[in-house]
Every structure is written in C-alpha cells, then in structure tokens.
Design a binder for this molecule. Structure first.
Ligand code: SF4
Ligand code: SF4
Length: 478
C-alpha cells in the first residue's frame, strides 16, 4: 500500500532541519570596543585566578581564604562576612540582583552581558587569540585549514592544542579553589595527594572549557544558550543595540557613484564577527552585541574620511525618527529602566539592612512528637525538646535559657542537673551548632487546653543579645 502511494503520488520532500556547521574564522580588529573587551577580560581573569589566593585572618582554626564557598564546613566566606546554610536567602538575594542587573543592562544596551562579560564569550575570545597567534589571522587560518598536513601544520596545531589544554586545566583547577583552601589544595593536587573529587571536578570543568571555548564557540551562543530566546522580552524600541545605519549605508557599493551610500561592501564587519553575523541584514539573535563590527566599520570609515558609526549602538525608535526626518534622542531613563533600577535598589537596600542587622545567634527548637507529653508521679506534665543553638561568633559563648508564657513552668537540661530550675546556663563553642535535650515541666492545673503557647528566651550572657522562639506545651485532652 505504501509502495503504491509513493509510486503514484509525488510527495514533496520536506526541507532539511539540519544546517551544516560553517566554521567561523573571526578576523583580528583594533578599536575602542576591542580595547574595552580586553580590559573586561583582564578584570575577569584577575578575579577568577587571583581571588582564591587572597588571605583573610579570621582567627585560630578558621579558614583564612578571603572568598571561599566551603562545602565541608557548609559556609560561605566573603572577607568579614560568614554566611551559614540557614542564611541561604543572601545567596537568593545575590541571584535576584544578578538577574535584575542583567535585565537592566539588556533594557539599556542590549546584549552587553553576552558581548563583554559572559564567560563563554571571554574564554572563547582567549582561545581564538591563542589560535590566531599560532596559526595566523583569518585568511591565513582558512588557507591553513584547507591546506594539506605537513610538519608546520602538525606542530602549530599541536602547540595550539597544548596551550588550550593547559589553559583549560588552569581554568578547571581555578574553579576548585573557590571551594577549597587554594594553597593546600594546589599543593595536594600537584603532589598526587588530592582527593578523587578534586581531580574529578577539575577534569570535568577543564574538559567543559576545552570543548566549549575551543570547539563549540559561537554554537553555544546560537544553539545552547537560552538567553537569546527570551532576551527580546527585555528590549523595547528605545534599547540601544548594535545596529547598521541602513539609512546612510544603503545602497551599498564599491563604486564612487553619487547615489551610493556609505557602506563600501568591504565585508570587514562580517569577517570580524565571532558568530559570523552580517549585521547589515538587521538585528539577529545570533548577534551577541560584542560591537567588534563597530570597530571594524569605524576603521574603514576613518580610512575613507567618512563620518564614523555607520554601525553603532542605536535604538529602533531613533532609526524610525531618522526615517521621519526627526531628531533622534537617547532615552536611557524610561518606565522599564526605572522599574528595574527601583527593584535593584530595593534588593541592595534589603540585603545591606539584613547584613548590618544580622544576628550572630540563632535557635531552632523541635518538640518531641512521641510521646507528646509525660505525666510525672507528682502529677506535673513534662514535654521534651531538641534545642539547637547556632553560635556564629568564632569564640565560645555562654547563654541563659528561660521560658515564659507558661505559669509555674521549670526547665531541666540533660547533662546539666536533674532539678528543675527557672533558668539554665548553656555553653556553646565558637562557630558551632550545639544541641541540647531540654525538658519543660508544668503543673497540670496550668493547662487550660491540650496545647499551651510558650516561649523560649535565650540571652547571650556577655552581649545581652536576646533571641526568642515561640513553641507549644502539650498535655492531656481537656
Ligand atoms: S554582528 Fe557585530 S555585535 Fe553582533 S556579534 Fe557580530 S560583531 Fe558582534
Ligand atoms: S565594515 Fe562598514 S563599510 Fe564595510 S561592509 Fe561593513 S558596514 Fe559596509
């Protein structure tokens, strides 16, 4: 049946959804944006490779790495600030800041994050720089790749791969140092005494760097990264994006005829593009906003003595204004950017307030569920609690524990005497969580219902800081 159908009817072939990869050979270019990109790259490299080695004295027995996300200690250290797992909301705050900051930057100047600071762009840029130094600039590299294998090709390709691998290994290890003490971890790994996890993660991150920056390159931005798919929601017609000013560039051409625009169709803007985009065809999601085509075109305009910025940061509304013959305006301050700025400021203020008023003492109480209560021989009711004290100061502290809200109630703590008392003194080592078993007993006459509200009050004997914890006291059904 199927055979008959195909024999008698012409079934149109559906177009292939597969596009063959065309290797991009970005040409070197100099200019204002290229210089800015190098400066940003230098800052990112310095942050990535130097910060884990900065030391910060926190006292005896404490890690002395200024920035450290210690998995074993379950702490995040940032100079003087020490974030405990219970304070994970600070990390959430940082992620919210990063997201809103990205929205604001995109609303103002398009994909500046992608073009200048995204680590895929930065590392790819460095890998391409190495390639260019060893194999030559664009045309030479194209010829080199198309040429047959000889000794020169073998050693240049090998040298490039060797440098890429070394740089990938440094990158992989650099990531590990943010999570472990950098000097001792480096020494252990170099002397073969590192842990399986350290070697394993270094290999994983090194391999990822090598593949993504060395081979996948612009394909990560075009096919793998989700950001280009929804960044359009952050733009509006006033956002500045890298744009070809078609109104003065077209009709393009190399001739000197009078009605020809400023674009001489030299293709340099396409040749320098790291994603192989022709920006003259309009805004495209493959464009990462690196502005290298701006430098390229400006170099041509300078040579020709024509006005600069045929390709420039411009907005859709300005282009439309020019078409109407109106004066273009830059509108950085508008509803969208104001809203993002307010949100950004609010998160910054909230986080700063939280950090400045941060308590270095926290308690966590869990009431026993089984049994809910015990009736003692004298008729009193007793409840058991697991009482945790987080001393976030790195010196031992002494606290006084009391209860309120439950008439006639007394306390006792396992290991600190059996007699019920009004207050009890608890010692906690510096920078630790201490767990105590606490019993509260109260006369049965106190119970007006099956559950009575009560409050634990913990006071730091030295600083006077008080932390309260609402809890309940259970008794028989009434
Ligand atoms: S079109 Fe221009 S701004 Fe966009 S990625 Fe290419 S060089 Fe960068
Ligand atoms: S670099 Fe400028 S002049 Fe050359 S093709 Fe691109 S837009 Fe035209």
């Amino acid at each position: 049946m199927t055979e008959n159908l195909t024999e008698n009817h012409h079934i149109p072939e559906s177009p292939s959804l597969y596009a063959k990869h065309k290797k991009v050979y970005p040409q070197a270019i100099t200019g204002a944006f290229r210089t800015l990109k190098w400066k940003v790259t230098a800052a990112i490299m310095a942050f990535y490779f130097i910060t884990p080695w900065i030391r910060w004295d926190r006292g005896e027995g404490e890690p002395d790495q200024a920035i450290l996300a210690s998995m074993s200690l379950r702490r995040l250290y940032f100079f003087n600030i020490e974030i405990w797992p219970q304070e994970i909301y600070y990390l959430t705050g940082i992620l919210v800041l990063a997201a809103v900051g990205l929205f604001l930057a995109t609303a103002m100047a398009g994909r500046v994050w992608c073009g200048f600071t995204c680590w895929q762009t930065v590392w790819t840029d460095l890998f391409v720089w190495v390639e260019r130094k060893i194999e030559g600039d664009r045309n030479k590299r194209i010829r080199f790749d198309q040429g047959s294998w000889n000794l020169d090709k073998i050693w240049r390709k090998s040298l490039k791969q060797f440098i890429w691998i070394v740089f990938s290994l440094l990158t992989g290890a650099g990531w590990i140092f943010f999570f472990n003490d950098a000097p001792s971890t480096a020494m252990n790994m170099l002397t073969g005494q590192g842990t399986y996890e350290e070697y394993g993660f270094t290999f994983l991150f090194s391999a990822t760097t090598y593949v993504l920056a060395g081979f996948a390159r612009e394909q990560v931005c075009i096919y793998m990264c989700p950001w280009p798919r929804f960044q359009g929601a952050m733009f509006d017609e006033h956002s500045l994006i890298v744009t070809y000013e078609a109104w003065r560039g077209e009709p393009r051409g190399k001739s000197k005829a009078q009605n020809i625009g400023d674009c001489v169709d030299c293709n340099l803007c396409v040749n320098v593009c790291p994603t192989g985009v022709d920006i003259r065809e309009g805004d495209q999601f493959q464009c990462i906003g690196c502005a290298l085509c701006v430098d390229a075109c400006n170099s041509i305009m300078t040579k020709l003595g024509r006005p600069l910025n045929l390709i420039t940061y411009d907005s859709v509304s300005n282009q439309m204004a020019r078409e109407r013959g109106d004066e273009p305006k830059k509108r950085l301050i508008r509803k969208r950017t104001i809203a993002y700025s307010i949100l950004l400021s609010a998160v910054v203020v909230l986080m700063a307030y939280g950090l400045l008023n941060r308590s270095e003492l926290e308690i966590n109480v869990q009431r026993d569920r089984s049994p809910l209560f015990v009736q003692l021989s004298d008729g009193d009711i007793r409840n058991g609690y697991t009482f945790k004290i987080l001393n976030m100061i790195n010196v031992p502290q002494t606290y006084t524990l009391a209860i309120s809200g439950l008439e006639g109630a007394k306390l006792s703590v396992i290991g600190l005497g059996k007699d019920p008392v009004d207050t009890v003194t608890l010692d906690v080592e510096g920078d630790t969580v201490a767990t105590y078993r606490v019993f509260v007993r109260a006369p049965i006459e106190t119970m007006r219902s099956q559950f009575e509200d009560m409050e634990f009050i913990l006071t730091n004997s030295e600083t006077g800081e008080v932390v309260r914890y609402d809890s309940r006291f259970a008794g028989p059904v009434r």
